[in-house]
Design a protein. Sequence first.
Length: 688
Amino acid sequence: MARDTTRRRLLGGIGASVTAGLAGCGSNGGETATGTPTDEATPTSDSTATDATAATETSGPTGSIRVAHLSPNAPNVDVFVDGSAVLEDVPYGTVSGYLAVPAGDREVEIRPVGGDAAVFSGSVSVAADSAYTVAATGEVGEEADESFAPVVTTDDLDDPGSDTARVGLLHASPDAPAVDVTLASSGDAVFDGVAFGETATVEVPAGEYRLEVRGTTESNDGDVVAAFDVELAGGRVYSAFATGYLTADDEPDDPPFDVELIDDTGEREVTAAPAPARVRVAHFAPNAPSVDVLTDQMLAVNDLAYGQVTAYRELTPGGRPIQIRPADDPSTDLFADRVPLTSGVDYTLVATGEVGEEADESFAPVVLRDDDGDPGEETARIRLLHASPDAPAVDVTLASTGEAVFDGVAFGETATVEVPSGGDTLQVRGATESNDGDVVATSEVQLSGGQVYTAFAGGYLTPEDEPGDTPFTIALSNDNEGTAGGLVDKPARLRVAHLSPDAPTVDVAVDGTQVRSDVPFGAVSAYLDVPPGERSVTITPAGGDTPVYSGSVSVESDTPYTLAATGEVSEEGDEPFGPLVLDDGGDYGSDDTIWVRLVHASPDAPAVNVTLSGEDPAFDPVSFGESDTVGAMVVDDAVEVVTADGGELVGQFRVDAGYDDGLVTLFAAGYASVDDEPVDTSFELIAA
């Protein structure tokens, strides 16, 4: 899979503000070690605001200090050591580099930028050949959850071993409770019960991990509040700073909860990419038309009919603006608001209620947090959502035993239960104290062990009296697959690539609804869900009304596609403008193999071949508008694109560790001979 080019860098490269308070830092080694809070600590940071190292040069024994500004509502600060300014105008979130200072007691002072009054002034004892972090934590102001104060940590920078990484965690989120940090792959806790202002250290095998931050519990299974994907190299020492507000909307300033990961022993930057949230959409508003769902004003789900449940799609965590509109009336919002999404968490957004003035229950989405953990090989987990606007509270019993599995669930409410796997009939009854009300509907189900399901109780109990004629029924969705049982096909997935070198930025519409705007040359979008079948596609210069292309594209259920805008818009172009539709489906995930597909989209370039690490051509010559795919690649293989007629090298691409098993597409785009063309968009290889 192509490297995620949207992941945000979390290493601060410029100076930091500080607050001081002493907290301890412990260390445990080994694969199963768990970091626990300690009572002594020393802050570290990575910053550049002034050339501080020169100001602290000394010929005697030295130690190192760095500064981290982790106070989310504090202003930018200046930092002084022994009266000399070493960092200036340091913003929140910055971690400085280590500054060499003479061993002994050093006076550290932190002031708001341009101010004379210090928010912190104190002594830090620096031992020779030792490293420290001074971290400004807490909040300024009378309504602070945690008072502004520095935390000083002693940093163990010794080599942990070639196959091991050492990670220290500092909890600096003022409104977050004590936290556990677990591995998503196993559920094992690497940090246990770390409270605000505390630190902990652990050693783990080098590798790639998804770290889940949870509210602390005795069994380390609290709700996930954030998740981050990290790659930890052997022989390295890292610091992880948990910062920002867990409930940003309730706080005086709103930097959201985040984790900054810093390589303490190397020069390279480190990314701790917030794991995306995953969201699927279900339509169970019985008198509402088919709807479009937009996130961040871009189409996410197109023409979703009643009873349909989409597959999950990834979204950036945070407060995402969500709009639900009638598919045939894009100017009207049925719902428009921000929906908070937590990294690493799955959600189902369910359209419920009714549209119109006579609604029994107003149209509104219900946001469900999905628990897709394994219930056990002989057990199924089933969740019921009551989405029938004219039905009373319900009980659900098993026909085989009469046992109530759901008791008194009202409209808009959910309940979850785990049951033995196997077949049975669900009986929906009006709620009574003894769970023996009249049966109003039944649904035969076959529940597999280890699977998670959602049962949507939707439609009208008395459709003849209601504004729509959708009868009451139960739709069962297998949440591990993301589809509603028997009701819908999985959507197709479509992304857009702009590869026309002389075309302006463009807008792209599917079935009359804009799905991508201001797409520049060379951009490859994320995938979006579209219904399977014949889809109308229009490509228009950004902000314009006259299409440069309008036509149809056929897409199949549960299949990814790339719609590539190729050719030239100029009348003198070598190749006419038009879309190239690529089927991105296939099995590309076995034996650590990376597959590379070459798409020729350079209108003036000759046919090309591809060689692997300088060997013979990997496949037949590829001409403009054609593509071909080759496998058997591993990390560090070099892909060379050469002209088919003379072997002249025109581009090179190296497969690195950022690409997982799967398919990498190389788009050969731009002009091979810029001087002879209408614009100067030069030839390049675009990997996606």
